[in-house]
Design a protein around this ligand. Structure first.
Ligand code: CP3
Length: 341
């Protein structure tokens, strides 16, 4: 069974043997070849030039025997295409060129032409498929409406996005209007990715934890389900939900194929709580990749043994790989997974 078949069979809960492995934000700053290219081009130049985006997407696959490739892009290209550009702050993190402050700002966002402006993602996906062939899986992705709204309303990175939480709480109608607009763009965007040959789509709800239990559905999951209902008949959807483990049961009715979890939840506990049909993705602590190969081997074996025999497990980090991750730790992760029986 090749990597792609293994990945697809895990999505259908039918994989036997070791789980498939890929790593989120794999094309990140920990690779010297990425940093070298980045000296020549801005991040958005690389994202918007299909040949460069594909080169970066392939960098980790050239070094490591991963089973899947995720297209090099960013969740914030969607607000950018809707008319809200962003940049990297000097001190780190993201800044949006302006904040959404009033309902009028929502009205001004362009939902009609934004997917045309994202056609570079389609071109990159078609080219990436050509390069990786049929033996590796290819993933597309987007941010969830809630997580995108966090950046759009607070105007960039924040530990707790207080303006967004306040807007959702105090003006639910105008907030819903924003969510509807973002969701309509995402449906078209994901359909475009589906028709470009992705094997799965990951929706990143990175800021899910900021929705209190009683608003979890109204602020986030409802919109993810709306999108999923329109797209999941074409391609399976994995929801990355960075959320407290105590409320995993609230995700049981999500209309997705799988859930990806961060390292704070024990994956075998999640298996007992969530429907058995869900693929479970995760969830090594990304910090481990900054330690030593021996420690990576130990932690990986622990997780692999915990999930032994689970036909719907995809091995992944609990969050994106960090700039200080060590290459020899990635090598240990791949070797340990590949040798696991
Ligand atoms: O593996 C891959 O290459 C996939 C591409 C990918 C990127 N971002 C590339 C990237 C993916 C899947 C993302 C997702 C993403 N982007 C999320 C959701 C996942 C998560 O981390 O919770 C979010 C919230 C973003 C928004 C974003 N973009 C942030 C917070 C940052 C880091 C800013 C900083 O200074 O710390 C980015 C930049 C970014 N996106 C980089 C990469 C490789 C680093 C760019 C660089 O400095 O060269």
């Amino acid at each position: 069974m090749n990597s792609r078949e293994k990945f697809i069979s895990s999505l259908h809960n039918k994989n036997h043997g070791r789980p498939p492995l890929w790593v989120m934000r794999q094309a990140g700053r920990y690779l010297p070849e990425y940093r070298k290219l980045r000296e020549k081009y801005t991040f958005l130049e690389m994202v918007k030039t299909p040949e460069l985006a594909v080169e970066v997407s392939l960098q980790p696959l050239k070094r490591f025997e991963l089973d899947a490739s995720i297209i090099f892009s960013d969740i914030l290209v969607v607000p950018e295409a809707m008319g809200q550009p962003y940049y990297f702050r000097d001190q780190g993190g993201i800044g949006m060129e302006f904040k959404l402050e009033t309902e009028n700002c929502i009205n001004k966002l362009d939902a009609d032409n934004s997917v045309d402006k994202l056609s570079y993602v389609k071109d990159a996906l078609l080219l990436l498929r050509k390069q990786i062939g049929d033996s590796k899986a290819m993933l597309g992705f987007c941010g969830s409406p809630w997580t995108l709204a966090c950046y759009m309303i607070d105007g960039g990175s924040s530990p707790d996005f207080p303006r967004t939480v306040n807007w959702a709480k105090t003006s639910p109608n105008s907030f819903a209007k924003l969510m509807e607009k973002i969701s309509s763009v995402l449906v078209n965007y994901l359909n475009m990715q589906a028709s470009s040959g992705v094997d799965a789509i990951q929706i990143f709800d990175s800021w899910n934890a900021l929705c209190p239990d009683k608003y979890l559905n109204e602020w986030s999951l409802y919109w993810i389900n709306q999108i999923s209902l329109e797209v999941s008949n074409k391609v399976p959807i994995i929801l990355y939900a960075k959320t407290p483990s105590g409320r995993l049961h609230l995700f049981s009715n999500c209309k997705v194929s799988g859930i990806s979890l961060d390292h704070k939840t024990k994956l075998s506990d999640a298996r007992k709580i969530l429907p058995s049909s869900f693929t479970l993705q995760g969830n090594l602590n990304p910090n481990v990749m900054e330690t030593s190969p021996d420690n990576v081997e130990h932690k990986t074996l622990k997780l692999l043994n915990e999930m032994r025999g689970d036909s719907g497990h995809i091995l992944n980090l609990g969050h994106g790989i960090r700039p200080n991750a060590k290459i020899e730790c990635m090598e240990a992760l791949v070797k340990t997974t590949r040798e696991f029986t």
